[in-house]
Design a protein around this ligand. Structure first.
Ligand SMILES: [Zn+2]
Length: 238
């Protein structure tokens, strides 16, 4: 017999209830079944995850109470409501977050030559070593790399795992020795290649934890030159 299909709307509601562990995402109180899903923009057909907030009956009344035609007090803004919701989700899901380390390099960190020296990749091919520091639960990584040479975006199509199309499944203690290619020009003076890294970690409850972006820079084309970590991004997001 076929399993009855669970409507997408119910799936979303179940997920949000799990993320907040049935606590009101506005006042933070534990709710059990005394909980409703409020549509932040007031449009009841907009069931996008970002437009929904699980709240207790009291807060639901409060959120729907403000009348723009007879303004009294200071209205709850969308940004404030969403920020409070994220704080409650975070409170109940951060325990499932595990760190991930991302290292860009010209060297293969797992292959050595006959002299025991690390092997270098071919020109234009770069190591991307991804390591989870989790010892217990798996996480997924969403990784999006934006490359530049001499301040101009490098016109290239990176693979699915490096352009944010596919997710990395990372089991506990796992290290992945990945690599990607860039159409880097040789002999440019000054030589400057930068990759900006936008990423997030998705926990076992399917909640996305946005991480701060950072960069790796390669400005030394000499044989021993390697990429260095820059804890910022400098270009605006397209
Ligand atoms: Zn409440």
């Amino acid at each position: 017999m076929e399993e009855p299909q669970i409507p997408a709307k119910e799936e979303t509601r179940a997920k949000l209830s799990i993320w907040c562990a049935r606590h009101c995402c506005f006042c933070g109180r534990a709710c059990t079944t005394n909980m409703e899903i409020h549509h932040i923009d007031g449009n009841h057909s907009n069931d996008a995850e970002d437009n929904l907030i699980p709240v207790c009956f009291d807060c639901h009344g409060e959120l729907g109470h403000y009348n723009a035609n007879h303004p009294k007090g200071y209205k709850y803004r969308e940004r404030e409501i969403k920020s409070r919701r994220e704080q409650v989700y975070e409170l109940h899901t951060h325990k499932y977050l595990r760190p991930v380390d991302i290292i860009i390099s010209n060297w293969m960190h797992h292959v050595r030559d006959e002299k025991g020296k690390l092997k270098k990749r071919e020109w234009g091919d770069f190591s991307c070593t991804v390591r989870t520091l989790s010892l217990d639960i798996p996480v997924k990584l969403h990784l999006c790399i934006k490359p530049y040479q001499d301040k101009a975006p490098l016109e290239t199509t990176l693979g699915d795992l490096y352009s944010g199309v596919a997710l990395w499944n990372l089991n506990p203690s796992q290290t992945v020795f990945g690599h990607f290619e860039l159409p880097i020009k040789k002999g440019q003076e000054p030589f400057l290649v930068r990759v900006e890294i936008f990423w997030s970690i998705i926990d076992v409850l399917d909640r996305t934890h946005e991480m701060l972006p950072f960069s790796y820079v390669w400005d030394d084309p000499e044989p021993e030159g390697d990429w260095w970590y820059d804890p910022r991004v400098i270009y605006p997001q397209p």
